[in-house]
Write a protein that binds this ligand. Structure first.
Ligand code: HQG
Length: 194
């Protein structure tokens, strides 16, 4: 059976997202190029700021290994070892995502109420550094369900965008990132509403 994080670990994982993607300064950390922080420093910081459960190297490792969206990675070859969020940043951190030739189509799940604005201005990164896209419609549906119980699944003509010169990046977890998707390269996927 697939091993899952327990409730406390999931909560801690959310807090790590806050620290490693959005507000490292909240706990006095600074991300270096690539979004990394020394693992020992993160553990010490969490021990001082996280009151809802014990913080151990093993707990952090479990979160990295078992997180449902592969949100984090540990570089255990570097000295000192370091950790980062793999995607989703709002902080202006330089991330060294590899550029990639995208699959011909990619998907984005969103809320029905955003559609009007999306047709007007395309997909924008909003609070994050990039627009996040997935290779399969099912993942997009899950992403969209965070904002709408009946999300809209948009299909992105990534091949045409690549021909137009848009640069795509891929994360360690297989998510695709791009700065902007023009409305002309979007359509609602078959069966993509509701
Ligand atoms: C929408 C999560 C109005 C966009 C997920 C989305 C993903 C617009 C929302 C990853 C718009 C931004 C990213 C426009 C885009 N007008 N709304 N022009 N363009 N939007 O959370 O893609 O659980 O920043 O459709 O699973 O939902 O955090 O982006 O609904 O993988 O690890 O504005 O983050 O992963 O929302 O999610 P977000 P997202 P985690």
């Amino acid at each position: 059976m697939e091993e899952l994080l327990d409730r406390h670990e999931v909560r801690l994982s959310r807090f790590m997202a806050l620290v490693l993607r959005h507000k490292p300064e909240l706990v006095g950390l600074t991300l270096s190029d690539g979004g990394w922080v020394p693992l020992a420093e993160l553990i010490d910081t969490l021990k001082q700021t996280w009151r809802k459960g014990p913080i151990t190297r093993e707990a952090i490792q479990r979160i990295v290994d078992l997180d449902d969206k592969r949100r984090y990675e540990i570089d255990s070859k570097s000295r000192p070892q370091r950790i980062r969020a793999c995607y989703g940043h709002s902080t202006p951190t330089t991330m060294d995502y590899p550029e990639t030739d995208p699959p011909a189509v990619l998907y984005h799940g969103t809320a029905r109420r955003f559609l009007g604005r999306i047709w007007a201005s395309g997909l924008l990164p909003m609070q994050r550094q990039y627009v996040h896209l997935s290779e399969d419609a099912e993942t997009a549906r899950r992403v969209g369900e965070r904002r709408d119980p009946e999300p809209v699944i948009l299909l992105v003509d990534a091949a045409a965008m690549a021909r137009d010169g848009h640069t795509f990046y891929v994360t360690a977890g297989g998510m695709y990132l791009v700065e902007f998707v023009p409305a002309g390269h979007l359509r609602i996927a078959d069966g993509g509403v509701g």
